[in-house]
Design a protein around this ligand. Structure first.
Ligand code: NI
Length: 151
């Protein structure tokens, strides 16, 4: 494993849409392993591949303080969502910036694992926010575009 450089705002790659993963091979596993190490080193709760300069639909996440909730999401999609929450959000690609966003309170996500198997995940609160934030990255959307108006 190795850490990779995190792309920061101002780099147009962050506005681009990522492509689906089709090959569940060593190259993908290397990317996932590197993203995991990069996320933990940066003390983030999630990281999308575009943030390390790779336009593929790949996300790693861990919303727990003790690193017990590590998740790998390949080709993730939100399949349902409920409620709403207004919380302060930040991003490793926008150091020092934060904004209150409006996100669903709960979401259900389907994603493939590193071997291509489909898995369903549920998240609420921070985890729901994180799913939404990271999947937005795959579509070139930054959290500041979700800033809640007048909050
Ligand atoms: Ni982010």
């Amino acid at each position: 494993m190795a850490t990779r450089k995190i792309v920061t705002i101002g780099d147009d790659i962050l506005k681009k849409k990522s492509r689906s993963v089709e090959n569940f091979d060593k190259r993908l596993w290397q990317l996932l392993d590197d993203m995991k190490e990069t996320m933990y080193e940066a003390e983030g709760v999630g990281l999308a591949a575009v943030q390390v300069g790779v336009l593929r639909r790949v996300v790693v996440m861990d919303c727990t303080p003790d690193h017990s909730g590590y998740l790998e999401l390949v080709n993730p999609e939100i399949i349902s969502s409920e409620g709403e929450q207004f919380e302060t959000e930040g991003c490793l690609s926008l150091p020092g910036e934060s904004a209150v966003t409006c996100r669903p309170e709960t979401v259900k996500v389907k994603a493939q694992d590193r071997n291509g198997k489909w898995v369903i995940y549920k998240g609420e609160g921070l985890k729901a926010r994180c799913f939404c934030h990271e999947i937005d990255h795959l579509d070139g959307i930054i959290f500041t575009q979700r800033a809640a108006k007048g909050k």
